[in-house]
Design a protein around this ligand. Structure first.
Ligand code: FES
Ligand SMILES: [Fe+2]
Length: 457
């Protein structure tokens, strides 16, 4: 069998992402030129996985209840008594720093009659203790019982068995993670290659410059999956072809939980019928073609200009970042629902949370490097966008050019959701390489649905 006939081994003709990054010759971190792809099969993925109420409920019962999910950033809860609530499906956690500064996470439900201590998404500062708003029972920040009004009426409550229910909590990259499974394995194991790769990109040294929630008309997996491949660039973002390496993007599967794509920016698409000259490429990147010095490469020159412009804007020295880190779309996905982009021009964090089988919330953070001097801005307030709102309604986001691209992505969702429901064919047929991350998501999901214990536990 020739290499081309071996499933999963065929690649787009022309330079690979890895070759483009190596040709930059600027010592991109080893993590960026690592490759990790395994063929995972080519069977159709049933459309019912996006439409079935039963499937949705199984995910709630067996997956969302047992996976590590980031809940907030550490800077949302910097001091004792600072708190943040995180909700997914029916699950709700209250993250709070105790009086020793230790991060704690409790089930956000009063042991008395189930009242939530805080509303979904609520955050605040400096609680001295956790008091239920219904009848006023209260607990210390370490979860131990503090007070029961009319204590005489509850002789059957023993001091030490009426504490708040704690759940596992951990941190990585400035994110606070929780897991609703008391038996969860360690976060560090769950993160697979992320700690090693992100040693180059310490997200804990960044701050939340922008924070948005947008309701989307689709199952959480359908919406998330639109962001796991660059195959759609040609049809959904055709204007990007002049500057984006789409069909030659690199896809990596590092394990059950972590996958990655890297697609180059400042390198034209293999789909273009005729290669661009360097001045044409430079113009497509938003500059005047005649400003490209004789003999200079457009990708290099564009990266240099970005280093100085963004460096000045952010108040940081970006000279140590390679062209790829400066420009490329580098996206790590962590099962089940989070994406981390370490690049400087595209410093996004996404997550997708189910609302019901047909809707989810897309949450976006822009994480920018902390300025070298002066005050670090406080985390940005959440901006809520409705299902028909454009991402361009957020002026700061519109200014990046990314908002328009996300509108193109999400405008597909009404039609994809309807088409999935209208399908007579029973499932979707994925590309072996470019859509392998989607297959890996379903493979990992199945491990949760078919095990009564967490995979790997
Ligand atoms: S429900 Fe919380 S004190 Fe009654
Ligand atoms: Fe897209």
């Amino acid at each position: 069998m020739s290499k081309h006939d071996t499933p999963g081994e065929a690649r787009c003709p022309g330079p690979s992402t890895r070759e483009i990054i190596l040709a930059d010759g600027d010592n991109a971190p080893d993590a960026l030129v690592e490759e990790a792809y395994t063929f995972l099969g080519d069977e159709d993925i049933p459309f019912s996985r996006y439409t079935s109420q039963e499937m949705y409920q199984q995910e709630i019962d067996h997956m969302w209840s047992r996976t590590w999910q980031w809940a907030c950033r550490e800077e949302h809860v910097p001091n004792p008594g600072d708190y943040y609530t995180y909700d997914v499906g029916p699950y709700s956690a209250l993250i709070i720093r105790d009086s020793d500064g230790k991060l704690c996470a409790y089930i956000n439900s009063c042991p008395h009659r189930g009242m939530q201590f805080c509303n979904a998404g609520e955050q605040g500062r400096g609680k001295q203790f956790i008091r239920c708003p219904f009848h006023g029972m209260s607990w210390h920040l370490d979860g131990s019982l503090r007070e029961i009004p009319c204590r005489w009426d509850f002789p059957h409550i023993k001091e030490d068995n009426f504490n708040l229910t704690g759940i596992p909590v951990g941190t990585w990259g400035g994110f606070v993670f929780v897991n609703f499974d008391p038996q969860a394995g360690p976060l560090q194991d769950y993160l697979e290659v992320l700690p090693r790769h992100f040693a180059h990109w310490p997200l804990q040294d960044r701050y939340v410059a922008l924070h948005m929630h947008k309701l989307l008309p689709g199952n959480w997996k359908m919406c998330l999956e639109a962001f796991l491949e660059a195959y759609h660039v040609m049809a959904t973002h055709p204007e990007g072809l002049r500057t984006a390496g789409d069909a030659n993007a690199q896809y990596d599967i590092f394990g059950d939980n972590v996958s990655r794509f890297v697609h180059t920016v400042g390198y034209p698409s293999p789909h273009l019928p005729k290669p661009l000259t360097q001045p044409e490429l430079f113009a497509a990147l938003g500059h005047a073609a005649e400003d490209l010095p004789e003999g200079a490469g457009a990708r290099q020159q564009h990266a240099d200009l970005q280093r100085s412009a963004l460096g000045a804007q952010m108040g940081v020295d970006l000279s140590g970042y390679s062209n790829s880190e400066m420009l490329d779309s580098i996206e790590y996905y962590l099962f089940p629902n989070a994406c981390f982009f370490p690049g400087i021009s595209i410093p996004l964090i996404y997550r997708f949370r189910p609302v019901d089988v047909d809707h989810c919330v897309h949450e976006i953070l822009m994480l920018k490097p902390k300025p070298a001097a002066g005050q670090v801005p406080p985390p940005a307030e959440v901006i809520n966008l409705g299902i028909e709102d454009s991402y361009t309604a957020v002026s700061e986001f519109a200014a990046t050019g990314l908002a328009y691209v996300l509108d193109q992505d999400t405008e597909n969702f009404h039609r994809q959701r309807a088409g999935i429901k209208a399908a007579v064919k029973t499932g979707q047929t994925l590309g072996n390489y470019q859509e392998a991350r989607i297959r890996n998501l379903h493979r990992t999901l199945d491990k949760y649905l078919s095990h009564s214990q967490s995979p790997g536990a």
